[in-house]
Design a protein around this ligand. Sequence first.
Ligand SMILES: [Ca+2]
Ligand SMILES: [Ca+2]
Length: 229
Amino acid sequence: MIKTFVKSITLLTFLILSVSYSHASVIRNFQIQIAIDNDFAIFAGSSSGVSELLYQNDADWYNQVDVLSTLDFSLDPGEDTIYVLAMDGGGITGFGGSINGENVMDTNLDVAVSDDISSFLLGYNASDVANASFDARLVDVQSAFTSLVWNTSPTRSSLSNSVSSSSTAVVQDILNLDTRISKEAYIWGVEEAVLYRFNAPQLNIAVPEPSMLGVVAFALFGMRRLSKR
Ligand SMILES: [Ca+2]
Ligand SMILES: [Ca+2]
């Protein structure tokens, strides 16, 4: 009886130490500086799904970088992918900037863009999106995810090309906003909502190890099975 009690206390202490250790080791913050015409939300997940809403933008595009600059983000165990939901409320579209100091337009990044998911987003309407007051729900993005089609060559616009005068204008606006962010922009369909997918390690974002709690629980389960033999 006493032996079992001591054993339990030892295991409990080990468990608490392991959890504290794992908590300390996963605090690895990163920053985001992006501007999107007109509204956006940022999610985290893996290549097979979206698990968490990281940020819901409420700022007009010319204030977006300033608002974001005060915030730190981090990933949970199991997450290694950043999803940026870019939403347009009419006129022209554009998405530029940097994530953790990496230019989102860098051609070395494996960036993919989804098809339009606006029909999945509850209450999606151009006027709310245009004034950045639209809130995208995690659950809607998750239900859209199962039927997404990904394109690994997102459409780009830059100051040096004249794909269209309107897309060049938004790039100019983004460039004027902050010299630290990209001089190009991704563009997509007017009034559409699309997900841009980024691989977190390529953005130098630390991907947390699997939770120590899970490892310890697995070990305890194994020990119990052995002791029953
Ligand atoms: Ca627009
Ligand atoms: Ca919003």
